[in-house]
Ligand binder design. Sequence first.
Ligand SMILES: [Ca+2]
Length: 151
Amino acid sequence: MCSIILNISEINFKISEFLTNFYIFKLRNVLVLSKNILNVKQHVFIATPATWIEAQSYCRTHHTDLAMIENEAENSAVKQLIPVGVDVWIGLYRVPWSWSDKSPSFFRRWVSSEPNNNGGIQNCVWENTAHMWGDDYCNATKVFICERGDY
Ligand SMILES: [Ca+2]
């Protein structure tokens, strides 16, 4: 039988070493511990403007769903696809804030003035080229980001 006794400062060092060598993030409903920032989803920019519902339908037919952004790595991957000055639909909607597949949303990245729910009916979410988010009318037409992935 072998045991290792560490004092508190050694334990703190081990924990900080652990945290700098691993990433912890939520993927769907699972907490993932990884040596690398995983991005198992592939994101696809769709340049044809559509309402949020039309965009969701298109993504589900041709890919997996509208982009559901659950961590900083996924937000960066999506941002890289957005043309400068363009807002895109992502798969987030209100009541309460949920992803397109009805999973709860924990990661958010709102513009400081958003969500303002203008008129009380801005229930769908766009992302801009600064990868910040806002709400808008779901029947507004925007280009959009689909995702596909095995999860
Ligand atoms: Ca708004």
